[in-house]
Every structure is written in structure tokens, then in C-alpha cells.
Design a protein around this ligand. Structure first.
Ligand SMILES: *Cc1c(COP(=O)(O)O)cnc(C)c1O
Length: 380
């Protein structure tokens, strides 16, 4: 099996190169001769050449059998979930979910009389929530914003025993740090907007499946809800993926250095990073991940006003909501991604007002540490 670093740069055999071109080509056509090409017989989802090519690339990177591209992470997530549940079914979600997924569960599932439960990070918790009508287990790991980890292999083994489909949102880890299909998971979904695109400028989603047996089902759902990705965007994704391994490895290294720095700082009360030995799920992360990722969270011992000044003072790290790109971004989840929850809901998830989530970019680690150090000095 080829190494991921090589696969990122040379994802497919050169079947698709034309006229000696080193890069792949863009086929803008939304219509294809159906007599000629069996693979293109999924009318309605604009299942273009570039879309299919990129699906194959993602599947190779994540060791699945096939993949599908979407216009956003949420399109991939909602398609994946709705492909496997019907009225009166039950879903078990891991507790810490991306805000959009949480809102989808709360607002959309009840309309279809689909019930759901939230498991904490232990396999025992998933087992205890099993019902006769449980059809789907949906996991996010590492999860936003405290980087909690769910043991993938144990949950996948349990699900398999009961004929339950498993989906993992692999956005935070990317295929470089975590390969859920290798752990026995059925489907992975991504907000490609984050690490896969990696430059904070390319919104898209992706789905990879371990088998081709779900292909028709997922295509049918994808088609109804739309959200396909254009050939031009697909090309940009393929271009971004060439540097994925390089970027993510640098982000892993930077994040670990910064986590250690913050850990030693007297004005920081907690650092949440799965690569730190005292993170509650460190040992599981070390088993199932090949890198600990580029995201960490920490609590700065200051009031809201000082927190605001701290964020204003940073000069390299920018206060912005997304993550996974080459630029380091920081945000306070209580004031942004989790603002819609009540204060007590936030506290039950462990999200304090002074919690900051840092998505570490590929800048020089010492420059990032200096930026943090100077901004902390202003407020403590
Ligand atoms: C951003 C994000 C999503 C949603 O993706 P979009 O591309 O913004 O639709 C889903 N899951 C996780 C973990 C995310 O960070």
C-alpha cells in the first residue's frame, strides 16, 4: 500500500492525463453519453467526470471503496444520515457534535419521527443506549471544542454485532491523522472546507464508504437533496489535496509545541489537546490516530472583557470561526459556535466563557507562541 504522502501527490494511476499533462484535466460537461459509460449513469446529481475522479481519490486516501463529493460538509452529513434512517428509527450520536449537525438532529429528525440519544465517549454508553429500532451510530472524534475522543474500533465492533451502520465525521482528524474505515467504521464524512481544502477558501463536503453496497442508496438521497460539487471546484480540491499530508504534519507539530507552551503558562488554567499525556482520552487517541491534529482549546484566566482585548491584540493568529487552514485561527466557542445554547447547556458540555479554540496553521511555531505570549501579557 502506498504511503499517504505519495498518494496525496499521485492519487490515481495516470489514466486521466491528456497530452502529457502533469496535472489532471477539468471536464465541465454536465451531460454525458449514457450509452458509453456505465459509471456515469447517476443522472440528476451531476455526477461529472471530475466529481467521480475526486470521489475515487478520497476513497483511496481513506481506504474505502468509493466516495462522493458535495457542495458543503453539511450536505455530506445530512445525505449520509438520511440515507440510513426512516420514520420511527433511532440514532445514537456521540455527545459533542458540530453545531450544524446538532441543529439538524434537533430540528429535522423529529419531523420524521426519528428519535435519537447522545452517548458520552465510552463504548459502554453507546451500548446502554441501544434500542430495538437503532439503525445508525454517528460519531464525531476528535470532537469540537474539547477534543474528546470516541474509541472507534470498539464502537464499530458493537455496531456490527447489531447490524447498525456507523458514520464518523472525520473532519478534525483528516485522513492523514485517522482512518476510521480501517477501524471498522462504514462511512466517513468530511467538511472539506477545513483540512482537505486547507486554505479557508473552498467550501465542500465529502463522503467515503467501506463498501459499494450502499452506493445506490446514498446516490438516491444525494440526488434528492442536491448539493453536488462543480468540476471547477473539484479540480481545486484535487490541487489542495496534494499538500494535505505536508500541511497536516506541520499542523500536528505546531499544535503539540503550542499545547506544551500553554500548559506551562501560569495564566492558562486548562489545555485540551489529545496529544498531551494528561488529556482524559490520550491513550485512545494514541491508539487510533497517527497524529493528534492541529486543534487545541484552552482556558485563559481572565474575564470576558480581557478575553476580547486578548483576541484583539493577537497579530498573527486571527479571530475567525473556521478551522483546518494554513492560517491560524482562534475563537471563543461560548460567543460563537455554541452561542445558541443556554449557559447551563454550555457548562454541561464543559464550555466555559473563557474557553478558546485554536486552529493551528502552518506558520512558524515560535512566531505563534510569541503572538500568544505578548497578547497574554497585555491582559494579565
Ligand atoms: C465545519 C464542520 C462541519 C460543517 O461543514 P460545512 O462545510 O461548513 O457545511 C461539519 N462537521 C465539522 C466537524 C465541522 O467542523
Amino acid at each position: 500500500m502506498e504511503k499517504l504522502e505519495t498518494l496525496c501527490v499521485h492519487p490515481l494511476a495516470d489514466e486521466d492525463k491528456l497530452r502529457g499533462s502533469v496535472t489532471s484535466v477539468i471536464f465541465p460537461s454536465a451531460a454525458y453519453n449514457y450509452l458509453d459509460n456505465e459509471e456515469l449513469q447517476y443522472p440528476g446529481f451531476y455526477s461529472t467526470y471530475n466529481q467521480q475522479r475526486l470521489g475515487k481519490i478520497l476513497a483511496r486516501l481513506e481506504r474505502g471503496k468509493w466516495g462522493l463529493m458535495f457542495s458543503s460538509g453539511m450536505a455530506a452529513i445530512t445525505t449520509a444520515i438520511l440515507s440510513f434512517v426512516q420514520n420511527d428509527d433511532h440514532i445514537i450520536f456521540s455527545r459533542d457534535l458540530y453545531g450544524g449537525t446538532l441543529t439538524f438532529a434537533q430540528n429535522e429528525l423529529p419531523k420524521r419521527s426519528i428519535s435519537y440519544s447522545y452517548a458520552d465517549n465510552s463504548v459502554e454508553s453507546f451500548k446502554s443506549l441501544l434500542r430495538e429500532n437503532t439503525r445508525l451510530i454517528y460519531i464525531e472524534t476528535p470532537a469540537n471544542p474539547l477534543l474528546n475522543i470516541v474509541p472507534l474500533k470498539e464502537v464499530a465492533d458493537f455496531a456490527k454485532k447489531h447490524g447498525i451502520v456507523t458514520i464518523v465525521d472525520n473532519t478534525f482528524a483528516s485522513p492523514i491523522n485517522q482512518q476510521p474505515i480501517n477501524q471498522g467504521i462504514d462511512i466517513t464524512v468530511h467538511s472539506g472546507t477545513k483540512y482537505l481544502g486547507g486554505h479557508n477558501d473552498l467550501p465542500f463536503g465529502a463522503l467515503v464508504s467501506r463498501t459499494t453496497s450502499h452506493k445506490d442508496l446514498i446516490y438516491q438521497t444525494a440526488k434528492i437533496y442536491g448539493g453536488s460539487l462543480s468540476p471547477y471546484q473539484c479540480y481545486l480540491v484535487e490541487r489542495s489535496l496534494k499538500t494535505l499530508a505536508l500541511r497536516v504534519q506541520r499542523q500536528n507539530e505546531n499544535a503539540l509545541k503550542i499545547a506544551h507552551y500553554l500548559k506551562s503558562h501560569p495564566a492558562v488554567s486548562n489545555v485540551y489537546y489529545p496529544g498531551l499525556p494528561d488529556h482524559p482520552n490520550h491513550h485512545i487517541a494514541a491508539e487510533q490516530m497517527s497524529g493528534f491534529g492541529g486543534i487545541l482549546s484552552f482556558e485563559l484566566d481572565v474575564n470576558n472583557e480581557s478575553l476580547f482585548i486578548f483576541l484583539k491584540t493577537l497579530s498573527v493568529i486571527q479571530p475567525a470561526l473556521s478551522l483546518g487552514g494554513v492560517e491560524s485561527l482562534i475563537c471563543a466557542p461560548a460567543a460563537t459556535s455554541h452561542k445558541g445554547l443556554t449557559a447551563s447547556q454550555r457548562l454541561s458540555l464543559g464550555i466555559k466563557d473563557n474557553l478558546l479554540r485554536l486552529s493551528v496553521g502552518i506558520e512558524d511555531a515560535d512566531d505563534l507562541i510569541t503572538d500568544l505570549k505578548l497578547a497574554i501579557l497585555i491582559v494579565v
